[in-house]
Design a protein around this ligand. Structure first.
Ligand code: ATP
Length: 359
């Protein structure tokens, strides 16, 4: 039934050496990211890492001090925002409150001088695309948060943007709606083939929606990679701890080039560590296993049931923080708070830091 919602040809977006300072703060400190045609890249990082500034520079709402923004081969660094062919969705409350859903979606088309019958037809199709065909006449206050964000998405897509920018579009929504709507956004984005940049501080959201994830920290790009690489092959200790969880465990290199962790020898992640040197090994909770042992070194502090898995926290005498071990499925009855246990490293070490370093 869709006639005018065209599949876009998908343009390349390049951020090149972007620098943007606010007084002494470098919100962006030499950030370069290439988004391939039709790709969805998530910008992920803690509060203040520069995600929003990167998006605003890309949109043309903020000028960089240095660097370039290139869209489809064209340097648009000095091109104003409304000439960049960008559609944007913000966190919340960006709809015009006095307009209906349909009028909100049609608004950008009116600015582009599309005639009324055509823009009404287009707006209807877009509302269908986001699953709101029945609610065209509602005003924003008559919509749920999730519905309002669908309208905002339809409005951003109505102008057939070359690039779609989403700034924490789901963070004001409750968990179930958030997951459903992110799947919907991804489906529509793949269907239309629109090059998209999605800002979030939620690691799970970034990993589940993106083709690639750009991890920012204090204005610098720490890693730009696929979700699986980011999770399993973090480039820095910061990425290892920020994406998912990582235990920090003292470790020592043995004479035969292996790593001694919790009294067990396992493979070292790199070959260049000298025998005898002390380190901190970063390991995911699912890379540790746990066995009950009456005279075990560790003691269970607590268990958190997560449905498909259970997290067990274990006090370990030589560690400042408890270990977190993730078990597949349900724990056996002997794994209860207070029980003595051994924890054995099984999976890979994500990263090894020198013992005195901190991320
Ligand atoms: P959040 O997740 O909290 O939105 P963010 O990663 O989007 O954070 P930015 O909003 O890009 O981060 O901010 C990066 C840094 O730049 C922060 O230290 C912030 O305080 C600073 N900053 C951003 N905009 C301005 C501004 N207009 N004036 C002064 N400082 C700013």
């Amino acid at each position: 039934t869709r006639t005018t919602v065209a599949r876009s040809h998908g343009v390349e977006v390049r951020l090149e050496g972007l620098v943007r300072a606010f007084g002494p703060t470098r919100a962006l400190d030499d950030v370069s990211i290439t988004v391939n045609p039709g790709e969805l890249v998530a910008l992920l990082g803690p509060s203040g890492s520069g995600k929003t500034t990167a998006l605003r520079v890309l949109a043309g709402l903020e000028r960089p001090d240095q660097g370039r923004v290139v869209i489809d081969g064209e340097d648009v660094t000095r091109v104003s925002a409304h000439r960049r062919g960008i559609g944007m969705v913000f966190q919340a409350y960006s709809l015009f409150p006095t307009m209906t859903a349909l009028e909100n979606v049609a608004f950008g088309l009116r600015l582009r001088r599309m005639r009324r019958p055509a823009r009404t037809a287009r707006a209807h199709e877009l509302l269908e695309l986001v699953g709101l065909g029945q609610l065209a006449d509602r005003r924003p206050h008559q919509l749920s948060g999730g519905q309002a964000q669908r309208v905002a998405l339809a409005r951003a897509l109505a102008i057939e943007p070359r690039v779609l920018l989403l700034d924490e579009p789901l963070s004001a929504l409750d968990a179930a709606v958030r997951v459903r709507l992110r799947e919907e956004i991804r489906r529509i984005q793949l269907e239309l083939g629109t090059t998209t940049v999605f800002v979030t501080h939620d690691q799970e959201e970034a990993l589940s929606i993106a083709d690639r994830v750009a991890v920012l920290r204090a204005g610098r790009l720490e890693q730009l990679d696929t979700p699986t690489q980011i999770y399993h092959r973090p480039a820095t200790p910061f990425v290892a701890s920020f994406i998912g969880r990582a235990n920090r465990i003292p470790a020592q290199m043995t004479e035969n080039g292996r790593l001694l962790v919790l009294g067990h020898e396992i493979d070292a992640p790199t070959a260049d560590l000298a025998p005898g040197t002390r380190h901190v090994a970063l390991m995911r909770p699912e890379s540790l296993t746990i066995t009950p042992a009456p005279d075990g070194t560790g003691r269970i502090l607590g268990l958190v049931f997560r449905g498909a898995s259970t997290d067990v926290t274990v006090a370990w005498p030589t560690l400042p923080d408890p270990l977190v071990v993730t078990l597949a499925g349900e724990p056996t009855a002997d794994l209860a708070p207070g029980a003595r246990v051994e924890v054995v490293p099984r999976g890979t070490v994500l990263f090894v830091e020198r013992a005195e370093e901190r991320p």
